[in-house]
Design a protein around this ligand. Structure first.
Ligand code: FO1
Length: 319
């Protein structure tokens, strides 16, 4: 069911969503069914970004574009459907380049456009707007910042790794001592981000990794302050004490936070008006309420777009 006049009746006003990668993109597929995309601004995490083979890669922004634009690799949740790896093979086989982080041929087109624009002096916001337009996203997609912010994982064996080195190359095996967002102190929110948050009727925290997806966004100077006066509702990315996907369970202990819907809510407690937890966590709803946060209990595993739409509606109507 596309957004239409029937759902317009329940007008939720201007909505801002803070988004990481796969979980966020699946949630956004539901959100655009119940909110007019023209009233939606999505702020994406750029802490995962890296430069590969000289090209700038923005995994979370691209995952949002590919998912909402209908071109994502469905099972994987990131990357392009029908992908081929001709270039990656040539890079590795002929030139001996490492392939621990592999860029597919179709995906490469996105990185070529972005890198060319950046080299010509465009900002990441401008490059992102061009890519989002090509994928016909009806909403505005903004990077959290045009300045480089990099999530670094300091391991207990004393290494300081790029997030992707730790997650993809080392399969999240090394234990984590510290997570830091290099460059964030000097970063400015991208044009339009603070204005969108300040003018929003609803701000939604997508079901994204609280440490490495929403963590960098919330660390951008001015963001938390802008959220303080906003109506903020989040969806728990943790169900029954386990991650739905990804590696938050490997990272939350480094922040001293329990891997649970309650633990993640406590991370945001100063910001939240509402928190949506899964049916499985119904028994812990009282602990969330004790944080001074309204709770909704519903199905949060987004098997299809209908479940995602119902989840988005629950979040919009809470608090
Ligand atoms: N994840 C992997 O496990 N292996 C890869 O080779 C890989 C390549 C890749 C290329 C482009 C892109 O947008 C994402 C890619 N990812 C890959 C996924 C990515 O590492 C993460 O899952 C996200 O950054 C976490 O949100």
């Amino acid at each position: 069911m596309p957004y239409d006049a029937r759902v317009r009746a329940a007008d939720h006003g201007r909505v801002v969503a803070l988004a990481g990668g796969v979980g966020a993109a699946r949630f956004l597929r539901g959100l655009v069914e119940v909110v007019d995309p023209a009233n939606l601004v999505v702020v994406g995490n750029t802490g995962d970004d890296l430069t590969r083979h000289g090209l700038r890669v923005c995994p979370d922004l691209d995952t949002v574009c590919y998912t909402l634009g209908g071109g994502v690799h469905r099972e994987q949740g990131w990357g392009r459907e029908g992908e081929r790896f001709t270039v990656a093979d040539e890079l590795a086989d002929r030139y001996g380049e490492d392939r621990w982080f592999t860029l597919g041929d179709r995906d490469l087109a996105t990185h070529l456009v972005r890198t060319r624009m950046l080299a010509e002096g465009a900002t990441l916001s401008q490059a992102t707007a061009t890519i989002a337009r090509a994928w016909k996203l009806g909403f505005r997609l903004l990077p959290m910042s045009d300045d480089e912010v990099t999530t670094r994982i300091v391991t207990t064996d004393g290494r300081d790794l790029h997030f992707q080195e730790w997650w993809v190359r080392e399969r999240a095996v090394p234990d984590v001592a510290e997570v830091r967002f290099a460059g964030v102190e000097r970063a400015r929110a991208a044009p339009g981000v603070l204005e969108a948050v300040g003018g929003a009727d609803r701000v939604l925290l997508c079901p994204s990794n609280p440490v490495v997806s929403l963590g960098p966004i919330l660390a951008v100077p001015g963001l938390r302050e802008a959220l303080a006066d906003a109506h903020v509702v989040g969806v728990s990315p943790i169900v029954g004490g386990a991650v739905v996907r990804g590696m938050a369970d490997r990272l939350l202990p480094a922040w001293g936070v329990e891997t649970s819907a309650v633990g993640v809510a406590s991370l945001y407690a100063d910001l939240l008006d509402g928190w949506v937890v899964d049916e499985v966590d119904r028994g812990r709803a009282g602990e969330v309420a004790a944080l001074g946060v309204d709770v909704a209990v519903t199905h949060t595993i987004m098997r299809d777009v209908e479940v995602a739409g119902a989840l988005a509606r629950t979040a919009l109507e809470l608090g």
